[in-house]
Write a protein that binds this ligand. Structure first.
Ligand code: MG
Length: 482
């Protein structure tokens, strides 16, 4: 309920703004806003307030009162300003990674975030270095939501993987900075731990059901209780015979051929064999990777019901979102969906209509921790759990961002566990670790992952771009959407 004092304060505030005082809030207004308790604080903290003053060498007289109040609230930490934003590309193990480093006017204080978009890495580097740097310089590092909203709409045409990934790098780096300033891991800023560590699943696979079962057993022995099983690569491309389009010289040499039949016949056989070997207590997952027709996907889902999968991933592509409504009515197999989504309109309807059980978005592809937390909270009200995408084309700091959110939210489902090479661990000190099927972050302030820039510079992006694996064709050469 508004009272006289509040209204008066508002008026004073507006007048001050119009009188173009540097800070916009007069000392009188600030004192009024504090109330009795605040005044007590001000008195008790008069000595402590000098810390704030030291960091701000020549504040305008009008600015002193609110600055002092802020300094008390933040125990002497003045706001920090962004001085530089840059992309740091790294090419290790055949995968293009891009991280973003955000530097500030506080000596030694910076943040690191993940902006990886493997198939268009150079475009993300340009989006960061040519646009986001210019956009963010001089702005306050602490205003994460405002930065996200303003950067998101500043290009007018928004969304899309290049801009979303670039924005994610900035966003994650700002959360990293906020955590470092607070002296807390980011999960603390997101609400604190809801679990002691993050349960993960890892990838097993083989050319035959027997080989897949053997590989699954290896992961169970490593401690995983959740294992994803694949047969002959995504869509069993390795089990497809020589394609007619290849004989005809259509397409490129590197293009893959996928015959849906050996895939659709082989997956239930694989599930049967893996169940025999690992037993009923291990949770099994599988990724259809969107490569079959909706009715074939539905038939496969129904066939797999008997093997009690934990979830089946990406039965159809985002362009086929409406098919989930029908699929949902005909099978009780839990469905995970969404690594390709980059526009909120793609996931909001399926979530609120409960068309799938797990939302599987790629955190850097949707724009970072800020939007991911909103997606997680939205899912809480519809019993949609999270299963953030965690493949090899996520930088270690991106895996850390996944894990910090996983630790904090209630409706966590499962996390695709990172598989980080020793080479990457050297470039990115502090990378998350995996033990007994659980993912651990290192509990350092921020996201806890650094980047060794000198070392990173020794792994430049390649000239030839890596997108051969996404090129799949049917027998006659028609492109398949992965
Ligand atoms: Mg997938």
């Amino acid at each position: 309920m508004p009272n006289h004092t509040d209204q008066h304060s508002d008026r004073t505030h507006r007048n001050d703004t119009h009188s173009s005082k540097p800070n916009g809030v007069g000392r009188r207004t600030a004192l009024k806003g504090l109330g009795a308790a605040g005044l007590g604080l001000l008195g008790a903290g008069a000595l402590g307030a000098t810390r704030g003053k030291e960091a701000d060498p020549a504040p305008a007289p009008e600015a002193q009162a609110p600055a002092r109040t802020y300094a008390q609230a933040t125990r002497g930490l003045p706001p920090v300003t962004i001085t530089n934003v840059k992309a740091i590309p790294v090419y290790v193990g055949g995968i293009e990674l891009v991280v973003v480093k955000v530097e500030t006017d506080e000596p030694g204080l910076y943040g690191v975030g993940d902006a990886t978009f493997r198939q268009r890495a150079h475009a993300v580097v340009a989006a960061v270095d040519e646009y986001l740097d210019d956009f963010a310089r001089g702005r306050k590092a602490g205003h994460i939501e405002d930065m996200w909203q303003s950067a998101y709409q500043s290009s007018y045409w928004r969304n899309g993987p290049v801009l979303n990934n670039a924005l994610s790098g900035l966003d994650q780096a700002l959360w990293d900075i906020k955590g470092k300033r607070a002296g807390m891991p980011v999960y603390e800023l997101l609400g604190g731990k809801s679990r002691f560590a993050v349960p993960g699943y890892s990838h097993a696979g083989g050319a035959t059901p027997e080989a897949a079962a053997e590989d699954a057993l290896r992961l169970v022995e490593e401690g995983f209780e959740h294992v994803r099983i694949q047969l002959g690569g995504y869509g069993a491309v390795n089990r497809s015979q020589e394609a007619d389009f290849k004989d005809a010289g259509f397409g490129r040499e590197a293009d893959n051929f996928m015959d849906p039949d050996p895939y659709l016949d082989g997956v239930p056989e694989m599930f049967a064999r893996v169940r025999e070997v690992v037993g009923d207590d291990i949770e099994l997952l599988h990724d259809i990777h969107e490569r079959v027709e909706p009715m074939d996907a539905l038939e496969l889902l129904k066939e797999l019901e008997q093997y009690d999968p934990f979830f089946i991933e990406d039965p159809v592509s985002p362009e086929n979102n409406r098919w989930f409504e029908m699929i949902r009515e005909q099978t009780h197999v839990p469905i995970a969906m969404g690594e390709l989504y980059n526009n909120p309109h793609e996931w909001v309807d399926p979530m609120v209509n409960r068309w799938f059980d797990f939302i599987r978005i790629h955190i850097s592809q949707i724009g970072g921790i800020t939007p991911a937390m909103k997606v997680a909270r939205l899912g809480e009200w519809f019993n949609v759990k999270t299963a953030w995408h965690g493949p090899g084309d996520v930088a270690p700091v991106g895996h850390a961002a996944n894990a910090h959110i996983d630790l904090a939210i209630w409706n966590f489902g499962i996390q695709e566990a990172p598989r980080i090479s020793d080479e990457l661990r050297e470039i990115f000190p502090g990378s998350p670790t995996v033990e007994d099927g659980y993912i651990h972050i290192n509990e350092a302030p921020g996201l806890g992952v650094d980047v060794d820039e000198e070392l990173a510079a020794k792994y430049p992006l390649p000239e030839r771009h890596n997108y051969d694996w996404t090129q799949i064709r049917r027998k006659d050469g028609t492109i398949v959407r992965p």
